[in-house]
Design a protein around this ligand. Structure first.
Ligand code: 5AD
Length: 340
C-alpha cells in the first residue's frame, strides 16, 4: 500500500493533501477505489432523501436556509406527505429513508417521534436515517427508541478557529462533537462530514478533519464542495472544486475503509460528472431526492442545486445507468455499515 493514511500525523496529512491539491495523483484515487471494492464490492447503495422542513433556528453563515435569510419560502411537510414520499420510495425499491430538515422548533420530540414511529410501523424492514441537527441527549434517545437507526450530523470543520468563522457565537465545535459522540453511544450509525474549500479553510484544517474522523470512527462521512448561496454572508465566496473534493473523498476512504461515503448532491451540482467521479474516488452511496417537486427548489442550501434528472427519484433509471457506466452496480438493500 502506498498511502498509510491511518498512521500519518497532522503535518504528514497536510503534505499529502497539499501535493494532491497541486497535482492530483491518480494512484491515490485508484487505491481508494480498490479498497472500497475490497470491502463493499462494486455496490452503490441508494437512499431516498426526504427534505422534511426548511425552517431553521440556526444562522450558519454559509447555509441558504439559515434563519436570517428572509428570501427563503419556508415549508414543512405534513406527516401524511412524508409517508406518501416513503410509499413512493418504497415502491421504487428504496429500503433506506433519510429524513432531513433544518433545526425546526416546530418539529419537537413529540412530533418527530410520531413521524418516525409511523414510518417504522409501515416499513419494519427499512432503515430510517435522521438529519435534524443538534439536540439534547434525551431527544436523540427518544428518536432512536421510536425507530430511527442512523443520524447524519456533519461536524463541518474540526478546527475551532475555522468553526467560529463559519458559525455564529451560539454554536461551538465542542458541542457539535459532543452530539456526535452521544449519538454513537446511543447506538445510532453516525455520519460526520465537512465541506471542501469552505471559506477561510486551510489545508491544515482539512488535515484536522481527517484526524477527527480517525478519532470518531463514524459509520458514514458526508463530504461535498462548499457552494455559495447568494443571500448568505458568504454568498460571494468561491465554490469548491471537484478535484479537491475527490481528493478528500479518496483520503477518507483510505482512512476509514468500511465507511459509507455518499457522492453528494453538491458534487453533482458543481460538475455534470461530479457524481460519477465521486464514486470512482471511493464513494459508495447516492441519495436521490424523494421530496415533492415543489419543495425541492425551496430546500436550497446553496445556489444551482441539482434536483431533477439523475438526482431525483423520477430519474432512477437514468441514475442506475450512470452508476453502471461509472463501473458500479446500484444496490437497493438497506446497506448498513459492514460492522453494524
Ligand atoms: N455549500 C455546500 N454545502 C452546504 N451545506 C450547507 N450549506 C452549504 C453550502 N453553501 C451542507 C452542510 C450541512 C449539510 C446539510 O449541507 O455541510 O451539514
Amino acid at each position: 500500500m502506498k498511502y498509510n493514511i491511518k498512521a500519518m500525523s497532522g503535518p504528514e496529512l497536510k503534505e499529502v493533501i497539499e501535493s494532491n491539491f497541486k497535482a492530483p495523483v491518480p494512484e491515490l484515487i485508484k487505491e481508494a477505489d480498490q479498497i472500497r471494492r475490497s470491502i463493499y464490492g462494486d455496490r452503490v447503495f441508494l437512499r431516498g432523501l426526504i427534505e422534511v422542513s426548511n425552517v431553521c433556528r440556526s444562522n450558519c453563515y454559509y447555509c441558504g436556509i439559515r434563519h436570517g435569510n428572509s428570501h427563503v419560502d419556508r415549508y414543512r411537510l405534513t406527516k401524511e406527505e412524508i409517508l406518501a414520499c416513503c410509499e413512493q420510495g418504497f415502491q421504487l425499491g428504496f429500503r433506506t429513508f433519510v429524513l432531513q430538515g433544518g433545526e425546526d422548533p416546530y418539529l419537537d420530540d413529540k412530533r418527530l417521534v410520531d413521524i418516525i414511529s409511523s414510518v417504522r410501523e409501515k416499513y419494519p424492514a427499512c432503515a430510517i436515517t435522521l438529519s435534524f441537527g443538534e439536540k439534547p441527549k434525551e431527544s436523540y434517545q427518544r428518536l432512536f427508541e421510536a425507530g430511527a437507526n442512523r443520524y447524519l450530523l456533519r461536524h463541518e470543520t474540526a478546527s475551532d478557529d475555522h468553526y467560529r468563522r463559519l458559525h455564529p457565537d451560539n454554536l461551538s465545535l465542542d458541542h457539535r462533537k459532543k452530539c456526535l459522540y452521544t449519538l454513537k453511544e446511543i447506538g445510532y450509525q453516525v455520519g460526520a462530514g465537512f465541506m471542501v474549500d469552505s471559506p477561510f479553510q486551510t489545508v491544515g484544517n482539512l488535515a484536522e478533519d481527517l484526524l477527527f474522523l480517525k478519532e470518531l470512527e463514524p459509520h458514514m462521512v458526508g463530504i461535498g464542495p462548499f457552494i455559495p448561496q447568494k443571500d448568505t454572508p458568504l454568498g460571494k465566496e468561491k465554490a469548491g472544486t471537484l478535484s479537491h473534493t475527490i481528493t478528500m473523498l479518496a483520503l477518507t476512504r483510505l482512512l476509514l475503509p468500511e465507511a459509507l461515503l455518499p457522492s453528494t448532491t453538491a458534487l453533482g451540482s458543481i460538475d455534470p460528472h461530479g457524481r460519477e467521479r465521486g464514486l470512482q474516488a471511493g464513494a459508495n452511496v447516492v441519495m436521490p431526492n424523494l421530496s415533492p417537486i415543489e419543495a425541492r427548489s425551496k430546500y436550497s442550501l446553496y445556489d444551482h442545486k441539482v434536483s431533477s434528472g439523475a438526482e431525483a427519484a423520477e430519474g432512477l433509471e437514468n441514475l442506475i445507468a450512470q452508476i453502471r457506466m461509472a463501473g458500479y452496480q446500484a444496490d437497493f438493500s438497506r446497506g448498513d455499515h459492514i460492522a453494524s
